[in-house]
Unconditional design. Structure first.
Length: 424
C-alpha cells in the first residue's frame, strides 16, 4: 500500500485538501466553501467545519488507511486568543485587520529591530498584544496553529513561517527579548518549530471521526503564501514565483535572508534557505477597472507580444506603491491612452511586466541571488500574451508549475515530516 499524506489550506473563501504520494503526485483533492457554514469569515467554527468537510470529501476518494501525516497552512497574520482547552475567546483578527491602539504600535515601533516583520498595524504581534488581556487566555495562536491543534490536541505550538509576523527571530530561531520589552506576556506565545517538523499525532477522537489510523502524524505547516510557493515545485536557489492575481507578488528562493521593511520585504525560513519577496499594488485589479474579464481575453488574442507599444505605464488603481518602489504618493501612470483598446491593454501588461522585472532586480540589489527561472500562478498566468511579454522583459526560463494549490505545498511539508519520522 503506497503511503499518502494530506495538506490542508484554510483561506478566506474556504478550505482545500490535497492527498499526495511520496513522488509528489496528487492522489486526490477537495474544496469546500466557507460560506456553507455562515457568512462570517472570522468565525473559527466555520473554519473548522469547512476543514472537516474538505477532509471528509477527500477521504471519500482515497484509502484512509494509507494516510501517514497531515499538515495545515493558513492566512499569514491571522490570530486568535484561546483558553487552555483551545477554545476561542474572541473573534479572530484576520491577516488584513489593523490594530488601532496607538500605544501598542508605538511600543512595537520603539522596541522592534528595523528589519522585524512585526512592524505595522496588521502584524501578528500587534494583535497578540491586544488579545493578551482577555480573561482566561492561555495562548495566542495563528490560524494554522489552531486548525492543527484541533487535530492533535496541542494548542501550544506554531511554525517559523506563521510566527514571523508575530516577532519571531527566524535567524536566531527564538522569541527575542524585545517582545517582552514591548509589553507582551511571553507565556502566551507558542513554542515554534520548523515547517515540516512532526508536532504530534491525531487525537483518538479525530482519528475515529475521519476513519484514519491513530498514529497519523500532525506536521508543522506554514503560511498560505509559502505553501503556494512550495506547490509550484520551485526548489533551487534563484527560482522565482510570480503570483498574478489582484496584486502582483514575487518571491525568490535565496541562500540568505533579505529584509527591507521600507519595501515590505522580509524572508521566511525554509530549512537552510530563505523565501524573500514583495508585493506591488499593481496587478489584476487595475486591469479589472478598465476591462471585464471576457474583454481582456478577447483583446489579448489581438496583441502581438513581440513588439513594444513605446508607452511607459506604471499601472496602479490609486496613488501609492509599496514594492518595488516605496512611495505612498506614487501616482498611476496610464497616459497617453492609445486609440485602440488592444494597444491600451498591451501597454498595461508591458507596464506590469516592467514592474515585475524591477521587483526581481530590487531583490538582487538587496542581496538576493540573480533570478534564474520563473514559475507563474494566479489568473494572469493563463494569459499567453502577458506571459510572452513577461518572458521578453525578464529574459529567463519560464518553467511549468506543478500545482497552484497551496494545499499541495503544505502536503509537501507533510511528506517531509513523514519521511523524518520514518512513516513514508
Amino acid at each position: 500500500m503506497m503511503p499518502l499524506v494530506i495538506g490542508i489550506d484554510i483561506g478566506t473563501s474556504g478550505a482545500r485538501a490535497v492527498a499526495m504520494r511520496p513522488d509528489f503526485s496528487v492522489a486526490g483533492q477537495s474544496a469546500v466553501r466557507l460560506d456553507r457554514f455562515g457568512q462570517n469569515p472570522r468565525d473559527p467554527s466555520a473554519w473548522w467545519q469547512a476543514v472537516q468537510a474538505a477532509l471528509m470529501e477527500l477521504l471519500s476518494g482515497i484509502d484512509g488507511a494509507a494516510v501517514r501525516a497531515i499538515a495545515v497552512d493558513g492566512t499569514s497574520g491571522t490570530l486568535l486568543p484561546v483558553d487552555a482547552a483551545g477554545r476561542p475567546l474572541a473573534e479572530p483578527l484576520m491577516y488584513n485587520d489593523k490594530v488601532a491602539d496607538d500605544g501598542i504600535l508605538a511600543a512595537i515601533g520603539r522596541e522592534a529591530p528595523e528589519a522585524s516583520a512585526a512592524h505595522g498595524a496588521t502584524s501578528g504581534l500587534a494583535k497578540a498584544l491586544l488579545f493578551q488581556h482577555l480573561p482566561g487566555i492561555a495562548a495566542v495562536l495563528h490560524q494554522a496553529d489552531w486548525i492543527a491543534g484541533n487535530l492533535s490536541g496541542r494548542f501550544d505550538i506554531s511554525d517559523e513561517n506563521n510566527a514571523l509576523k508575530s516577532g519571531y527571530d527566524v535567524e536566531a530561531r527564538r522569541w527575542p527579548d524585545w517582545i517582552a520589552a514591548a509589553g507582551m506576556r511571553m507565556d502566551l506565545l507558542p513554542r515554534v518549530v520548523a515547517p515540516g517538523d512532526v508536532t504530534g499525532t491525531l487525537t483518538p477522537a479525530m482519528a475515529d471521526l475521519f476513519g484514519l489510523p491513530r498514529d497519523v502524524a500532525v506536521v508543522a505547516g506554514t503560511t498560505d503564501g509559502c505553501a503556494s510557493f512550495l506547490a509550484t515545485g520551485a526548489t533551487a536557489i534563484g527560482d522565482g514565483v510570480t503570483a498574478l492575481g489582484s496584486s502582483l507578488t514575487i518571491k525568490i528562493l535565496s541562500d540568505r535572508p533579505i529584509s527591507a521593511p521600507r519595501f515590505g520585504i522580509y524572508s521566511h525560513r525554509l530549512g537552510d534557505t530563505w523565501l524573500a519577496g514583495g508585493a506591488s499594488n499593481s496587478g489584476g485589479k487595475v486591469l479589472a477597472q478598465h476591462f471585464p474579464l471576457a474583454r481582456i481575453i478577447e483583446l489579448s488574442a489581438a496583441i502581438d507580444p513581440t513588439t513594444e507599444t513605446g508607452v511607459d505605464y506604471y499601472p496602479l488603481s490609486t496613488a501609492g506603491e509599496r514594492f518595488p518602489i516605496a512611495d505612498p504618493a506614487l501616482p498611476p501612470r496610464l497616459t497617453p491612452k492609445p486609440a485602440d483598446d488592444a494597444d491600451y491593454l498591451k501597454a498595461m501588461l508591458e507596464g506590469m511586466a516592467a514592474i515585475e522585472a524591477l521587483g526581481y532586480g530590487r531583490l538582487a540589489e538587496l542581496g538576493a541571488p540573480a533570478l534564474t527561472s520563473v514559475r507563474s500562478v494566479g489568473g494572469g498566468a493563463a494569459n499567453p500574451a502577458w506571459t510572452a511579454i513577461r518572458q521578453r522583459k525578464l529574459g529567463v526560463d519560464f518553467l511549468p508549475t506543478l500545482s497552484d494549490e497551496a494545499a499541495a505545498g503544505t502536503a509537501r511539508l507533510a511528506l517531509k515530516g513523514a519521511a523524518k519520522a520514518g512513516l513514508a
